[in-house]
Write a protein that binds this ligand. Structure first.
Ligand SMILES: N[C@@H](CC(=O)c1ccccc1NC=O)C(=O)O
Ligand SMILES: [Zn+2]
Ligand SMILES: [Zn+2]
Length: 211
């Protein structure tokens, strides 16, 4: 019960990376023709909306989506508010107790208009990954299209997270979520060769010690 949807809706006009494939859905075989059912077809970039990156997205030798362990995308997660920061590094999380936390979702608040691709986002500095890995984090989620600056070609955050075995979830919608402890489900599709996958990401509040 009480699952909170933290996925961005996929509809015509959904914001994409500049120049990327627009989202398109159509009923390609209508009931009037098939005689029994409407059958839909979908065209989209795998990096539109709420999605996971496979390492292959930024490393030709990296794992593809179906190679990723599904247990990463199901389980307890912390939502942390970091809004107002231009970037997040180890120093920004100093003093925050992440003991036993494997999944960390950052609410940056830096995608103010969900109808348009953002122009400037809060990104992760490359000293964050080793810091998080040391604390036992295995998944990082952000409410923006990338963990790196939008114009980055080197993608230092993607590469450092990958080097530290931390999986990447992007494009979450966290505006309506209070910081705290949750159970997360955000499963990628079983796309065998893919560099990314849309996910339906949901949270359910876990009981707090003092509630
Ligand atoms: N690296 C970005 C995605 C990215 O750069 C991108 C995604 C879709 C289409 C084009 C992209 N970059 C082009 O330079 C990310 O996954 O965070
Ligand atoms: Zn992506
Ligand atoms: Zn990415």
């Amino acid at each position: 019960m009480n699952w909170i949807d933290i996925s961005r809706p996929l509809a015509p006009g959904a914001p994409t990376w500049p120049g990327d494939t627009p989202f398109h859905y159509e009923v390609s075989w209508p009931k009037s023709e098939s005689g029994s059912v409407n059958v839909g077809k979908l065209t989209m970039s795998l990096h539109t909306g709420t999605h996971v990156d496979a390492p292959y997205h930024f490393d030709d030798d990296g794992n593809k989506i179906l190679d990723l362990p599904i247990e990463i995308y199901i389980g307890p997660a912390i939502v942390l508010d970091v809004s107002g920061k231009q970037s997040v590094g180890a120093a920004d999380l100093d003093g925050i107790d992440l003991t036993g936390v494997e999944r960390l979702l950052l609410r940056t608040g830096s995608w103010p208009d969900p109808g348009r691709f953002p122009s400037d986002i809060c990104y992760l500095r490359s000293d964050l990954a080793p810091f998080l890995a040391e604390q036992g984090i295995r998944l990082i989620g952000v409410d923006v299209p990338s963990v790196d600056p939008l114009d980055s070609k080197e993608l230092p955050a993607h590469h450092s997270l990958h080097a530290c075995h931390i999986h990447i979830l992007e494009g979450l919608l966290l505006d309506h979520v209070e910081p705290g402890q949750y159970e997360l489900i955000a499963l990628p599709l079983p796309l065998v060769q893919a560099d990314g996958s849309p996910v339906r990401a949901v949270l359910r509040r876990l009981a707090q010690g003092n509630e």
